[in-house]
Design a binder for this molecule. Sequence first.
Ligand SMILES: Cc1cc2nc3c(=O)[nH]c(=O)nc-3n(C[C@H](O)[C@H](O)[C@H](O)COP(=O)(O)OP(=O)(O)OC[C@H]3O[C@@H](n4cnc5c(N)ncnc54)[C@H](O)[C@@H]3O)c2cc1C
Length: 443
Amino acid sequence: MTENVSSASNCDESRLNPDIAIVGGGMVGLSLALLIVQQLPKLRVAIYEAEPFAAENQALLQPSFDERSTALSASSVDLFAQLGLWQLMQTRAHPIDLVHVSDRGHIGQTAFSKQDNDGHSLGYVIENKWLGRSLLAAARAQQNIHLVDSARVVELRKRAQCVEYKVQSSKLDVAPIERRASLVVIADGALSPLRQALGIAVEQHRYGQAAVIANVEFDRPHQGQAFERFTRSGPLAFLPLPSLYKNSASSRCALVWTQPEAELASVLNLSDQDFIKKLQEQFGYRLGNIQRVGERQSYPLQMIFAKEQVRSGIALMGNAAHFLHPVAGQGFNLALRDCAQLVACLRDAQIAGASAAELGSLDVLNRYLALQTKDQDATAILSHNFIRLFGSANPILQLGRNMGLIAMTLCSPLQATFFSQMMGRGNARANLARTATSDEVAV
Ligand SMILES: Cc1cc2nc3c(=O)[nH]c(=O)nc-3n(C[C@H](O)[C@H](O)[C@H](O)COP(=O)(O)OP(=O)(O)OC[C@H]3O[C@@H](n4cnc5c(N)ncnc54)[C@H](O)[C@@H]3O)c2cc1C
């Protein structure tokens, strides 16, 4: 159901107060809404998105769904499968069958293949635009999800029994409308204006780097291989993308290339030919010659962690809660595990007798955070150390990481531990199939 905020005053007002309000209809807000209505089908959820939701076949405008691609871990794929979305998503996703990790100019390298994973693909790569279309179509098909677009939540106020919030239409010059919900989830991105408005402080680490992304075409099929390569300027990742043509082997890859901020402008301003030359020098010829490179975009890199992720009636999710360096490909995968954990805790509370009005209680939200903190910390440490270790030109760290890569090749338990966290196996409760069985709910 789609609500136009400017015409809301003509409707029955109480009907428009949801049980759970989600601020931000990006990849996390939409995924969370779908999880909630699947697991707690009696609840009414509203999603408020500042940008317009695109009509079918029109370009998506939310920042989540730009030109990037996302590496989905095995646990994220399982979650979308359990939501009934994977069949559609998979039509434009490519499996990752081998991850190759190497250090330019050094012998250290390691690889992890689907043979090390009982023959199952290690993950999938999906273009964000397709992910967005699939999520939006699924949300539109749900009666219990109220989609409110071109609508910015501008204020939150905690009351005794609920959270009141104000929604400002960006289409019409009208006063903000007031709504209330038992729980307001803030999923409004890394800069999170609402987090700031609530005075929630963050821990922040600036890497002094930016990620340059682009789609690249090689002259050899990638055969499902992903590459992480450590170069002088910083880590470089290639992810295998599906072919644009039916039944043909794909040689398209999504590039994420870390650059020092001081060198970013010169890299972005290179001609396509010079960019390809520089990239080829750093990556080598494992996939042959680079034929073409698409539009380049850049993203500043930092790690941000909100110092408070929950308050009574309020939870921060996705980039608003934690923003990680993207080269390890963990941000969205972790956010999905957070979402699954939150929904599992809401469900536990409902089974234990909590009413819809009690679902935003601090007890429930603290329980969610207690169960999810270990996974968040492990993933953040993995991403952060990965970048510090592999992004460094310090010869001692270079020697250490080369020995580490060699050790991982020689010692499969070490390799398995590293890839297990990368694949999102940090948390058993992220598996919805398990949370759906009531006899497993009490932990
Ligand atoms: C280059 C790059 C590559 C990445 N690759 C991977 C990867 O391979 N794997 C992985 O797991 N993760 C990856 N990530 C991380 C992933 O992109 C993020 O985890 C994800 O985008 C978080 O989505 P979000 O919905 O929390 O935030 P956003 O995408 O920022 O969405 C926030 C939404 O809130 C809306 N909004 C803002 N303010 C308001 C308001 N007041 N009211 C209403 N709406 C509002 C915005 O319009 C937007 O639609 C990558 C990130 C980058 C930068």
